[in-house]
Design a protein. Structure first.
Ligand code: NAD
Ligand SMILES: O=C(O)C1=N[C@H](C(=O)O)CCC1
Length: 271
């Protein structure tokens, strides 16, 4: 029992943090050894079982990543970009696998993560669910089969608390479509249309975002041509799908060499 991999969950009070804590507690393959929250949060210093409305479980919520990561074989991190960048260096120092679900990362942020991955295993994906990772592979295949007569438009919908757009998932799907077409997403991405935008450029990959209510996450990839349309869709109805994927990644990463990995690696979804 005691030699099961120890997992630390960052952002423990968050929507995903609570999902992850429950997933780790329910797993027979690992144990919860720490929970982190930001300094000043009212959960700090309390037993996480109690803050989540149940009995004490002997894990105190901390705001000290150095001390908390020292106990971990893996850190599962669904927080915010600035927090994730700091955690990457500290998780590498602690030799812990860093599973990153945080979205809204800039190119510069990703360069920092790549630097940390020279010394540590980092698994990062804008969406950790099996369904979306499979959808990304399908998107790549369909995009490769069709030419630019088919306009590609990606639509995403999320709850009203979400702070970043396009979603990490939409960007993953955009990357997959661009890869299928043999182009760089940077060169063809068209997001945030508003006003007199001019006509759509042939070959562009468009993004639109909806924010409302408690939508967990919905993504469509539309291939629209004259006379016909194809739509690939994923609908998430339960955040447990993301937590399940993240936990799988944390365990998968235990015997891997330092490097940057994604959920295609974890799930064995090659080309
Ligand atoms: N990759 C995926 O599969 C996936 C799935 C769902 C959500 N997400 C992403 O995960 C992130 C979190 O989403 P959420 O809905 O849980 O958000 P949330 O706002 O409910 O939770 C974020 C938590 O992180 C905490 N936090 C922020 N800075 C911190 C710090 N420095 N130290 C410790 N804790 C800190 C906050 O206090 C909060 O509790 C977002 O970027 C979201 O897009 C990814
Ligand atoms: O709730 C969120 O925030 C989600 N974020 C990820 C994204 O940006 O794609 C995954 C879906 C839920």
């Amino acid at each position: 029992m005691t030699d099961l991999p120890g997992i630390v969950v960052t952002g423990g009070s968050g929507r995903m943090g609570q999902m992850l804590i429950n997933a780790v507690k329910a797993s027979e393959a690992c144990k919860l050894v720490g929970v982190l929250e930001r300094s000043g949060h009212d959960w700090i210093g309390q037993d996480v079982g109690v803050t989540m409305g149940g009995a004490a479980i002997g894990v105190t919520v901390s705001d000290d990543p150095v001390e908390t990561f020292a106990k971990a074989q893996a850190v599962i991190d669904f927080t915010a970009p600035a927090a994730t960048i700091g955690f990457a260096e500290l998780a590498a120092q602690a030799r812990a696998v860093h599973v990153i679900g945080t979205t809204g990362l800039t190119e510069d942020d990703i360069a920092h993560l790549d630097a940390a991955a020279r010394h540590a295993v980092i698994v990062r994906a804008g969406n950790m669910s099996l369904g979306v990772n499979l959808l990304a592979k399908l998107t790549k295949k369909v995009a490769a089969a069709l030419d630019e007569d088919f306009d590609i438009e990606i639509t995403e919908a999320h709850h009203h608390h979400k702070v970043d757009a396009p979603s990490g998932t939409a960007l993953m799907l955009g990357e997959a479509a661009a890869e299928g077409r043999g182009v760089s997403l940077k060169d063809v991405s068209d997001s945030g249309r508003d006003g007199i935008t001019g006509a759509r450029q042939r070959g562009d990959i468009g993004f639109s975002a909806i924010r409302g209510g408690d939508i967990v996450g919905e993504h469509d990839v539309l291939f629209a041509a004259a006379g016909e349309r194809i739509k690939l869709t994923h609908i998430a109805t339960d955040r447990a799908i993301f937590a399940r994927g993240a936990l799988k990644a944390a365990l998968w990463g235990q015997d891997k060499k330092p490097g940057s990995y994604d959920m295609f690696d974890v799930l064995g979804l090659g080309d």
